[in-house]
Each structure stands twice: as C-alpha cells, then as structure tokens.
Write a protein that binds this ligand. Structure first.
Ligand code: COA
Length: 331
C-alpha cells in the first residue's frame, strides 16, 4: 500500500472590513507613514471592531469561505484545530465553538498556541493525524484578533499587528504530495521579549495591572527582530540542505509576515529571487497565526500541483520552524 502523505486540498480566508491605515495611526501615536513603511513594509491592517466578536468570528468566516469554495460537507470533518494566540475565552476552546458554528458536528476540536508559529506547528499536528490513516479531514484554521491585546498608545506594537484568519484542509494523499519535512524549535528564554504579562495564570488580571496597561502585548522589538532574522533564515536554510533543495527548485517561500525586513533577510540567506516570495504584509500587517494561511488564500490561483513550498515562521516564546510541502492541486 502507498504511504499516506498529508496534503492541503483547499484553503479559505477572511479579514474584517475596517482598514487601519498608517495615516490613521499617525493620529494615534507619534509615528509616520514613511517610518512604518521603511521599517516594516506595512501600509495598512484590518481590525475587527464589533463588540462581542472574537477570534472565533474570524475563524468561522475563514472556514466558511473554504467550505463554500470546496463544497466539502462539514459533517465529514474529523478534527478542527484553531491555531491562535488570542482565544475567545479562557478554558472554553475557540475551536470547539468554531466547529459547531460551521456544522462540523462530528469533529473533535482544540486550540493550539505557539504565538506566531501556531499555524506552522499546527501543520505538523494536522499532518500526523492524517498520516496515521485514522483521520481523513483535518481543518486547520489560523486566526487572531490581535487588536484585543494592543495598546493603541504604544507605537512599538500598534503599527505591526492586525486581525485576520485563514484556513487549510488537510487530507490523505497517495501520490506523495503534501507535507514532506519539518524542522520545529522553541526557546523559552525568549518569552521575556514578547508577551502580554497579565491576564494569564502567573499574573491574573487586576485593576492595577489594567491601569498600568500590563494586560497589553509588549515587545522589545530589537531583540525579537534579531532573533527572528537569525532563526528564520537559519532553519529555512537547514531544511533546504536536508532535502537537497536548491533555490531553483523552490516555487514559493511562504514566510510569516512580521516585518518585511525579516522576510527579505530570509530570502536573501537562501539567495531566492523576490518573485518567489509570498508577501501580503503591506495590506494586513502581522496577523500572528493567520499570516501563513492568508498567504495561501491570496496566492492560491498561482499555485500548481507539484510546486515545492517552503514555509517559515518565527514567534513569541520564542518559537520557530520551517516546513517543506509540495502542493497537491491546480485551482
Ligand atoms: N514610529 C516612529 N518611530 C519609532 C516607532 C514608530 N512606530 N517605533 C519606534 N520608533 C523609534 C524608536 O523610539 C527609536 O528612536 P531612538 O533611536 O530615538 O530611540 C527608533 O525609532 C528606532 O527604534 P527601534 O525599536 O530600534 O526600531 P527598529 O528598527 O528595531 O524597528 C520594529 C522597530 C518594532 C519595527 C522592529 O524592531 C521589529 O519589527 N521587530 C520585530 C517585531 C516582530 O516581528 N514582532 C512579532 C514577532 S513575530
């Protein structure tokens, strides 16, 4: 019997309507369009404004987009994973609610959190379930409502993050397409440089913490930048060497969208032409768990069966990694 590989067979995406431009940010903090554009590559981000709507709203819409386009019956889905750093609520999994709302009534569901590497690590998890032979349809959604933890008076973070969601369906493939190899890493020493300190179990939320804004995300941008550049480029190069892939063989680099300079450094390390680098940071900013699937959503029509894709991500924690996947279908 042929070996089962885990292939992506459909993608979907969703971003909220409200557009937060660099020009609007100029009215909120001391910054300017030129600084943001040259330092990050970001022009605008999408923000979910409506009260009472959380990450599940984004996830549900991305999943519905995938289901509508592919015609997949949600009752056939075995597992729904929501990769997110901003779950709707504590304790109750966002994935469970999402699965129910999209009609995946026969699925089990859980959240997966690894900051900006959540979707990448989720790809690994989704693939293992498929490769086991026991599960036939795993829906992996990367979704984040980053605006829920942003202080719009902190120019070091509010210029970077946006809200959005993307979804990918994993199914068994007997032709060898799909996930081929992965290198995934973490280093807990990095958590001091990027975190929302209060609101978790170490430091439950207090009125004092709120007054001091300690429930918002904080980052030491320079340290995060340095580590992201080194580790994302390094692990991407390693996965190419391990699989004997040259830059000519690569159809697309699918890099986490945190800062255009980090993406450029990764592409430059492997000497890859920018025409082969997926990029939408200009329009969405850093959507954390949603960047990778939103790239697939935006570029789906340009992807061809057999294309070699190299995914790379770096996130808080620190967490990072690279995945080599071959594309399984023509749109
Ligand atoms: N507008 C204008 N000036 C700003 C600014 C802003 N939004 N943010 C910072 N500055 C200023 C700083 O105060 C500093 O001024 P000084 O030299 O007078 O002290 C100067 O610009 C340089 O600041 P620095 O923090 O060194 O800038 P940077 O080149 O490192 O860029 C980030 C800042 C946040 C864009 C960059 O560090 C970054 O992208 N880091 C990684 C972020 C990331 O990937 N996070 C998610 C993890 S996946």
């Amino acid at each position: 019997m042929s070996k089962i590989t885990a292939a992506i067979t459909a993608v979907g995406g969703y971003v909220p309507e409200y557009v937060l431009t660099n020009q609007i940010l100029e009215t909120l903090v001391e910054t300017n369009d030129e600084w943001i554009t040259t330092r990050t590559g970001i022009k605008e981000r999408r923000i979910l404004k409506e009260d009472g709507k959380g990450t599940s709203y984004l996830a549900i819409n991305a999943a519905k987009d995938l289901l509508n386009k592919s015609g997949v019956d949600p009752k056939e889905i075995d597992l729904v994973i929501v990769a997110t750093a901003t779950p709707d609520m504590k304790a109750a999994a966002t994935a469970s609610y999402t699965a129910t709302e999209i009609g995946a009534i026969n699925a089990f569901a859980f959240d997966l959190e690894a900051a900006c590497s959540s979707f990448l690590f989720g790809m690994s998890v989704a693939a293992r379930y498929i490769e086991s032979g026991k599960y036939k349809k795993v829906l992996l959604i990367g979704a984040d409502k980053n605006s829920s933890m942003i202080n719009y008076k902190d120019r070091a973070t509010c210029i970077i993050f946006g809200d959005g969601a993307g979804a990918a369906l994993f199914e068994p493939n007997l032709e060898g397409f799909g996930l081929q190899d992965e290198l995934l890493r973490s280093d807990g020493n990095g958590r001091e440089f990027l975190q929302a300190t209060y609101g978790g179990s170490s430091y439950p939320i207090t009125p004092e913490a709120i007054a001091e804004g300690k429930h918002y995300i904080f980052q030491e941008g320079k340290m995060v930048f340095k580590n992201a550049v080194f580790n994302m480029a390094d692990i991407t190069e390693k996965i190419l060497v391990r699989n004997n892939i040259t830059n000519d063989d690569i159809a697309w680099l699918v890099p986490h969208q945190a800062n255009k300079r980090i993406i450029d450094a990764t592409a430059s390390r492997i000497d890859l032409d920018e025409s082969k680098v997926m990029m939408n940071i200009e329009r969405y900013g850093n959507t954390t768990s949603a960047t990778l699937p939103l790239l697939l959503f935006d570029y789906e029509k340009q992807l061809k069966k057999g294309d070699k894709l190299i995914f790379a991500a770096f996130g808080g924690g620190f967490t990072w990694g690279s995945i080599y996947l071959t594309w399984a279908y023509n749109s």
